[in-house]
Structure formats: structure tokens, C-alpha cells
Design a protein around this ligand. Structure first.
Ligand code: NDP
Length: 246
């Protein structure tokens, strides 16, 4: 069975790079009209242009998920069928030294930003339903050192996902979360070539990092009508990292 999204209007936040840019391509290739949104407006515009050149339906929007006016402006123009709540920041550092405003910035982006976008999206979905996929992390379900704010924000996204799924099921709005494990990208592959990086990979039961493409089928499933009876689902894509032995 092929998972298709023809005729669907989709939004991907944080689509100027990394996972979000990849997700935008995946949805566009499955037939959705995709809006790529991020703070770097020129970057998302260039990437949307690239997708259109390749024959897909795409456009771009400037979006800062921490600003209410920015979120409102985006949803004023369009009601989306599918929203991928992907924008996020890492904000690492030792908890003893972390200034409160840095902690808050992670929460504002990763948690409050996800809520604001989900709420604005859901207000446009109450008639026809829709699918919201929050990009959490395995760090929403387990912890690691030096990412206290991040892991707290992602754990909250997991719980928020379930709470919104419960409240919005009556409108036909499905809310799910994808929890990627460590995904190899250009940003982190230098680290994973080091001894510390290799040691981390040995702790993953499948003994490898995730590839961006490992996320494609789970993302498409959660976004598509084929998952009509799935809501509140928290799906880990992590090579078994969450079930590594203690
Ligand atoms: P990147 O740093 O590569 O991309 C983050 C994206 O979020 C960028 O497009 C950035 O665009 C956007 N962004 C950041 N802040 C804001 C904001 N305030 N408003 C709008 N957009 C914003 O990170 P990844 O691709 O690695 O991560 C994407 C998501 O996946 C995150 O939620 C992350 O926590 C999650 N994740 C990633 C994993 C990984 O291994 N990479 C593993 C598990 C989860 P711009 O700066 O233009 O606004």
C-alpha cells in the first residue's frame, strides 16, 4: 500500500534545514502541497522553489513559533490538513550553569511553540479534521547529560500530544508524536566519527545511527488518512535505543 497525500495542504515548521527540510520533501513527493516555514525566510523560499522546480507543490512562509503574531499571520492565510510541528532547538549545557533565560528559550520554542502552532492549526481543522505530528525525541522518554531543558521540553511534548489527542478527537483531529533517536546529519557526523560518538553508537541495539529516510514511512503514516484510527500515538524510531539494556 502506498501512502499518498494528494490534495492535502501540509505545513512543516523548522523546514529551513535538517529533519524539517527532509520532511517537507517527503510530504511533497507524496502529493501534498507543502508550506515550508522557519525564521530564515530566504532559505525556506529557496527550498520551496527547488521543490517546485522538481515538479512538486510547495511554498514558503516566515515563521517564528515563539511569537504569537507570527503564528497568527501564518494561519490567517491558510487552513492546513497536516501540520508537522518540527521546529526545535537543542540548548545544551550543564544544568548547574544554565541561565534561566536559556532554559526558558528552549521551553518557549520546543514546548510553547508546539502548543501555539497546534492550537492555531486545530482551530482551522474543527470542520474537516486533520493530522498534527509533533516531532519529540527519545529524549522525551529517557534522559541524557547536559540537555536538561531539552529533555524536559520533549517529555512535555509527549504528554501534550496525548492531552491534545484526547481533547480534539471529537473534531476528527489526530495528534501524534514521532520520537526520533540519533539521526545522522551534516551537523553531527563529525561527532559520531570520534571515539565518544562511536561509543554512543555501540549502545544502540541496532549498532547504527538513524538515517533521515528511516523517518519517512512513520511520518507519512501518521500524516495520512491510512492512520485514521491512530491518535495520541507516540512512535519511537531509534534502532531500539529506548530498549537498550540497563
Ligand atoms: P536543526 O537545527 O537542523 O533544525 C531546526 C529547525 O528549526 C531549523 O529549520 C530552524 O530554522 C527551526 N527553528 C528553530 N527555532 C525556530 C523558531 N523559533 N521558529 C521557527 N523555526 C525555528 O535541527 P534538527 O533538524 O536536528 O531537528 C528538528 C527537530 O527534530 C527538532 O524538534 C529536534 O528536537 C528533533 N529531533 C532531532 C533529532 C536529530 O537527531 N537531529 C533527534 C530527535 C529529535 P530557522 O533557524 O530558520 O528558524
Amino acid at each position: 500500500m502506498e501512502l499518498r497525500l494528494d490534495g492535502k495542504l501540509a505545513l512543516v515548521t523548522g523546514a529551513s534545514g535538517g529533519l524539517g527540510l527532509h520532511f517537507a520533501g517527503v510530504l511533497a513527493k507524496a502529493g501534498a502541497h507543502v508550506t515550508l516555514a522557519a525564521r530564515r525566510a530566504e532559505t525556506v523560499e529557496a527550498e520551496a522553489h527547488r521543490l517546485r522546480e522538481a515538479g512538486h507543490a510547495a511554498d514558503a512562509a516566515e515563521l517564528d513559533v515563539t511569537r504569537d503574531d507570527s503564528v497568527a499571520a501564518l494561519f490567517e492565510a491558510t487552513a492546513f490538513d497536516i501540520v508537522i510541528n518540527n521546529a526545535g532547538i537543542a540548548g545544551g549545557g550543564a544544568a548547574l550553569d544554565m541561565p534561566r533565560d536559556e532554559f526558558q528559550q528552549v521551553i518557549d520554542t520546543n514546548l510553547s511553540g508546539v502548543f501555539a502552532v497546534a492550537q492555531a492549526a486545530a482551530r482551522g481543522m474543527t470542520e474537516q479534521g486533520g493530522a498534527i505530528v509533533n516531532i519529540a525525541s527519545i529524549l522525551g522518554l529517557r534522559v541524557a547529560g547536559h540537555v536538561a531543558a531539552y529533555t524536559a521540553s520533549k517529555a512535555a511534548v509527549v504528554q501534550l500530544t496525548k492531552a491534545l489527542a484526547l481533547e480534539w478527537a471529537r473534531y476528527g483531529i489526530r495528534v501524534s508524536a514521532l520520537c526520533p533517536g540519533y539521526i545522522e546529519t551534516s551537523i553531527n557526523n563529525a561527532f559520531f566519527a570520534t571515539d565518544a560518538g562511536k561509543a554512543l553508537i555501540r549502545r544502540i541495539p541496532q549498532r547504527r545511527l538513524g538515517r533521515l529516510t528511516d523517518l519517512d514511512a512513520p511520518l507519512l503514516l501518521l500524516a495520512s488518512d491510512q492512520a485514521a484510527y491512530m491518535t495520541g500515538a507516540i512512535i519511537a524510531v531509534d534502532g531500539g535505543h529506548l530498549v537498550s539494556g540497563l
